[in-house]
Design a protein around this ligand. Structure first.
Ligand code: SF4
Length: 354
């Protein structure tokens, strides 16, 4: 049985799965989904523990982006009703960070809709990073698009802990999604972020027309970058974008994908992000039992999330404590026993098939 073999490899041999092993698990009919979900949860507990990491983000500069990502209502090339505004005042960013802290999140991500940051914008972001650190003590992540090496080093020197730059989809599908920059451009920025000393947050959007096989490719392409965190968005088609009529994944397809991503990246923070309400609906809790161990709380970039309290209630119901920080090298306190222990396990190398 592919699931038993995967379990033995990940939990007994403590080794990563090959692509063919993951493909064998993925080929099982969806009737086997409960077995796959159960394995993904066991792997998550064995490699990461029960904690769930919470993050909020702020869309600090919205819309009017020159790029043409087909899923994105912030592209200037599509007719959408998204808000368009320049970089927010510093006070607004700090107020949002305070709200993030009050909502129980430990990480605050400053996001701007650009191809990459020009100097004036970068200077504003650096000021905001400093202010958020000073006023809230939160860990700060940034998502500013494509970077140069110098820009990555300046962000790292400013104390930005984690840089988000998604691959969005697999290499083969990317040209159908975006023509104004390449998949390799995104990989290059991901590598610059880690070279500069920041943790890498790198994921994408599922349900943009990729096949199951391509979804597996995508998981392995992400794993090769060794991201600390992998946001999984589930396409919630935006009016006015080229993907506005794309059928959404079924909840079972989404849960299967989340579980497969966990098997491929056993020790990453796997974060359920945009689209979880729309696609998973009543089964959102199942996402956290299928391998996910992090959430975006509050609103997303262009869509509205649910109240943070609803997620805290869900975590209480699942018996999953909130992590006290965003990962690597930090310690978490077990809600029951109160003892501290490492939040993250060492990663295992990605298996590359010849
Ligand atoms: S995904 Fe980012 S780069 Fe692409 S159009 Fe939207 S804001 Fe611009």
């Amino acid at each position: 049985m592919p699931i038993a073999a995967a379990e033995h490899a990940l939990l007994e041999e403590r080794r990563s799965l090959s692509r063919s092993e993951v493909a064998a698990v993925a080929a099982l009919p969806l009737d086997h989904l409960p077995d796959l979900v159960a394995l993904a949860h066991r792997v998550r507990l064995a490699y990461c523990g029960p904690e769930v990491e919470l993050e909020s983000l702020i869309n600090a500069k919205s819309g009017a982006c020159p790029e043409d990502c087909a899923f994105c209502s912030q592209s200037a090339r599509f007719e959408s009703d998204v808000d368009v505004y320049p970089f927010l005042d510093l006070d607004e960013v700090v107020d949002a960070a305070r709200a993030t802290r009050d909502a129980g999140a430990t990480q605050f991500c400053i996001v701007v809709a650009v191809r990459g940051p020009e100097e004036r914008l970068l200077a504003k972001v650096l000021d905001a990073v400093d202010a958020v650190h000073r006023e809230t003590g939160l860990e700060v992540a940034c998502s500013l698009g494509l970077l140069t090496a110098t820009q990555a080093e300046r962000l790292s020197a400013a104390g930005v802990r984690r840089y988000n730059h998604n691959l969005e989809t697999c290499r083969d599908v990317f040209p159908q999604i975006c023509t104004t920059h390449t998949w390799q451009d995104r990989v290059d920025t991901a590598r610059l972020a880690t070279d500069a000393g920041m943790e890498l947050c790198c994921g994408g959007i599922l349900g943009m027309g990729e096949t199951l096989d391509q979804r597996i490719d995508f998981a392995f392409e992400l794993a090769a970058l060794e991201p600390c965190e992998v946001p999984i968005n589930l396409l919630d088609p935006r009016p006015g974008t080229p993907l506005s009529d794309q059928p959404t994944l079924s909840p079972r397809e989404a849960l299967q994908a989340i579980a497969l991503f966990r098997l491929v990246m056993p020790s990453a923070w796997l974060r359920l992000a945009g689209g979880r309400e729309k696609v998973l609906g009543e089964l959102q809790g199942m996402g956290l039992l299928a391998g996910a161990n992090a959430l975006i709380v509050g609103n997303y970039l262009t869509t509205t999330g649910r109240p943070a309290q609803a997620d805290h209630d869900l975590l209480d119901a699942l018996g999953m404590p909130v992590a006290d920080g965003p990962g690597e090298g930090r310690f978490v306190v077990d809600a029951g026993g109160g003892h501290a222990r490492p939040a993250r396990r060492p990663t295992i190398p990605v298996h590359v098939e010849s």
